[in-house]
Design a protein. Sequence first.
Length: 398
Amino acid sequence: MEYSSFVKSKRFPRQKFLPFALPHITQAEIDEVVDTLRSGWLTTGPKTKRFEREFATRVGTPYALAVNSATAAMHLALDALGLQPDDEVIVPVYTFTATAEVVVYFRAKPIFVDVDPVTCNLDPAQLEKHITPRTRAIMVVHIAGLPAEMDAIGALAKTYNLSVIEDAAHAFPAKYRGQMIGTISDFTAFSFYATKTLATGEGGMLTTANPEFAERASMMALHGISRDAWKRYSAEGSWYYEVLQAGYKYNMTDIAAALGLHQLARSQWLLERRRSIAQRYTEAFSQWPEVEPPPNPAHVEHAWHLYLLRLRPERLTITRDAFIQALTKANIGTSVHFIPLHLHPFYRDTYHLQAEDFPAALHAYQRVISLPIYPGMADEDVEDVIAAIEQIIAEHRK
């Protein structure tokens, strides 16, 4: 389709602001939440346990633990591994702070690694030189829902006897070489934040195939109380419980699980709608040398949580920040994913980092814009985004 003629013939800019992200909620979710409220069981209960079972089946993992965030899931994973002060955990620098902050909780050290300049995922070529005798684990982030190169990362982890934790906050339901994300590594942490493909408002899931890890994480997620403590208020439960460890308060509520059950049931449709929007974007943006669509390798199934469009500044007279302002003026909501961790004051100052230490992450950050991509977008909304970007490019092309 020739979008230039589309722009000229269309009301432009759009009259109503297009939000960057919105959850897709149906009457089924609303009815399930109402049923939960009427049941009298609002916190962790039977719906949370059902959600865990159905999520485990969907992913194909033996154990799934519902928690209140992906951050909690990653923290529980490191706890199950027995991470100690002064241990080291490899973390890609191009991620949200949660991936690294859970390492800091243990007074351990995140060792930042640059990313692949094309995918923005952890670069296996950069990984090995950062492994030391103190390294305990590798945190892998699947940026935007694009699975990282797990074969190469897994091979290095096996060689050095390291655990692998996948930060799959963006990556449900994604696949790597036909295998579901959530079944590949020692642990996988998912996010069900309001903008995710599966949205419960706040929430997350930890998956593992290791029964000892699963038991430890389950206990620590609810104050370190003996197993199935949630049942103590049910007919088959007992008032008696024991605190086995100083645990955390990471459990999911049945209200959140009520949302999750129906989001899970519709997850394939939710993915397909995101995928169709991504394909439409890529078809349009591939026509213009001023921008670079995100990669979509054939050996993975992208979750398309985000659509990361990169500008080619050498072909434009407008900066990334000004480009975003122009989109806002056109009533298009956007965001930036992510500000690399080494640019944030805490990590920069604590670990004595410089902006130039991670050139691939820095270069990607300076060029990237996250575009709206969510199932509730109409085809006309998608066309509005494309039209706005074409107009900005036309006005600022070198």
